[in-house]
Design a protein around this ligand. Structure first.
Ligand SMILES: Cc1cc2nc3c(=O)[nH]c(=O)nc-3n(C[C@H](O)[C@H](O)[C@H](O)COP(=O)(O)OP(=O)(O)OC[C@H]3O[C@@H](n4cnc5c(N)ncnc54)[C@H](O)[C@@H]3O)c2cc1C
Length: 436
């Protein structure tokens, strides 16, 4: 069934009118592919910008079945609309964990492959694709093709990070990580400025999980003020008596929900400055150590459902770029200065260090270096700030993450270049139409 509706992704910007089909079966999908000029698979709409948008979309949220689980090898096969949150509920009690996870668990398996998502362990484990052994893809003709590392390999690697432009992933098989418990030993370390946070990342490169929160409104000697978090799967000895009673505890069910869009004035430079200040000084000691459940460590924002409403009805953009490692310090300094000067505050800007990427996964976003993700409320000033930031990213040989983008320059996203007629998106058309 086709429904006419307005759709947008997590940033609520841009919004478009679209025809949405729910994936029902292969025969009907073939008909849709024949009837519609272009189509695009859509998962849970957790990308930020205009990636999962098209005049006609096919929602994969109906594809939600687990198909096979090999608990000796930790290999799972499921349909592409299964959410990471469902996988965690299913596998954590059995002693397994997602090998790579982004900062939200409300994404589908199809979306994870199409964006080739990364997590806090990229420097150690790479992207999600490192663990994907095979998937089934519905292509333009309506045929279903099995793609793996040995079968239809070109299509396999094109689809990874291919942002839905090669077809509709309907089923996937991937390896999980074995765990003894669902807790993490975490250290949080305060850094006064950019050189210090870079040193901390270097000193923490043997840790499996690292990430830093940066206060991007700081200038001068405080530029780059941040808190690094580094973590490892906790050993049984590190658990408290209470944690030992429930070693493979899954997700707590209670979450807070933002009931309505906040008014435009609620989030301004002052409130963001105040939030950042409180966040930095909440931790009084230079270093804090403790054992925590995976939920607050990986998904702190998921505890507040629909938190995207705090940016108001006009929404927000997320700007995520990566700079090659050698250019990281100078490039980040310039970018942070440009942001602080613009007074376009972003709270919880997130900095990560990527390791080398798999050259076969040529459409994936990561390259070895520093990646920063920032939120900006949508307003007129963004149309001058984004080109300024883009110019700096370009100057230092960086690129922009297509899963987050809505306003950036085409040349920074051309690492994904798929010749397509049937599968298309608002983002892909925008990039291809921008004069070079
Ligand atoms: C709070 C938050 C934190 C995040 N943190 C991170 C992070 O740390 N690392 C990271 O990498 N990403 C992160 N993201 C982005 C998110 O992980 C990706 O955008 C992911 O692709 C969203 O999955 P989805 O199922 O919602 O897909 P959608 O947003 O619906 O679609 C994303 C893309 O995948 C394509 N697609 C979706 N399903 C299919 C399918 N079945 N077949 C073919 N193509 C398909 C779409 O066409 C689109 O191009 C974060 C997002 C949020 C909201």
């Amino acid at each position: 069934m086709k429904i006419e509706k307005t759709i947008s992704n997590w940033g609520k910007f841009p919004k478009i009118k679209a025809s949405e089909y729910l994936f029902e079966n292969f025969r009907k999908t073939k008909d849709v592919l024949q009837e519609e000029k272009t189509v695009l698979a859509r998962g849970n709409g957790r990308c930020y910008g205009d990636a999962a948008l098209n005049d006609t979309v096919i929602s994969t949220l109906s594809l939600k079945h687990f198909l096979k689980f090999d608990k000796t090898e930790g290999i799972l096969t499921c349909e592409a609309g299964v959410l990471f949150s469902d996988i965690l509920d299913f596998v954590v009690p059995k002693g397994f964990f997602l090998p790579v996870t982004p900062g939200t668990k409300f994404i589908t398996v199809g979306g994870a492959i199409a964006a080739d998502v990364h997590g806090k362990n990229h420097h150690k484990d790479g992207c999600f694709s490192e663990f994907v052994t095979q998937f089934k893809l519905v292509v333009e003709t309506g045929e279903t093709i099995m793609c793996s590392r040995t079968e239809n390999t070109t299509l396999f690697w094109e689809t990874i990070g291919g942002m839905g432009l090669t077809g509709i992933i309907v089923e996937a098989t991937f390896r999980l990580k074995k765990i003894e418990n669902s807790y993490f030993y975490v250290e949080s370390i305060k850094a006064k400025n950019l050189p210090e946070i870079f040193q901390l990342f270097e000193a923490s490169k043997d840790w499996t999980y690292t990430v830093a929160w940066i206060d991007c409104l700081q200038k001068g000697k405080h530029l780059g003020r941040s808190i690094l978090m580094r973590g490892e799967h906790a050993t049984q000895e590190q658990l408290s008596a209470k944690q030992r009673q429930e070693v493979l505890k899954t997700t707590p069910k209670k979450s807070i929900k933002i009931p309505f869009n906040f008014p435009g004035f609620a989030l301004n430079t002052l409130s963001v400055k105040l939030f950042n200040l409180l966040y930095y000084y909440k931790q009084t000691a230079k270093i804090k150590k403790g054992v925590t459940h995976f939920e607050p460590f990986f998904y702190p924002l998921d505890a507040i459902l629909e938190w995207n409403k705090i940016y108001g009805k006009n929404g927000f953009i997320q700007y995520q770029f990566v700079l090659p490692k050698g250019a990281g310090m100078a490039g980040l300094q310039e970018i942070l200065e440009a942001i602080a000067t613009s007074k376009q505050g972003s709270f919880l800007a997130v900095l990560k260090l990527f390791g080398a990427n798999n050259p076969n996964a040529h459409n994936s976003f990561p390259i070895e270096g520093y990646t920063l993700a920032l939120d900006f409320k949508v307003n007129k000033k963004l149309y001058t700030l984004v080109p300024k930031l883009d110019a700096i990213v370009k100057k230092y040989g960086g690129r922009i993450y297509r899963a987050k983008d809505s306003l950036s320059e085409a040349s920074l996203m051309e690492y994904v270049n798929i010749q397509t007629t049937k599968f298309n998106s608002v983002q892909n058309r925008r990039i291809n139409q921008t004069p070079k």
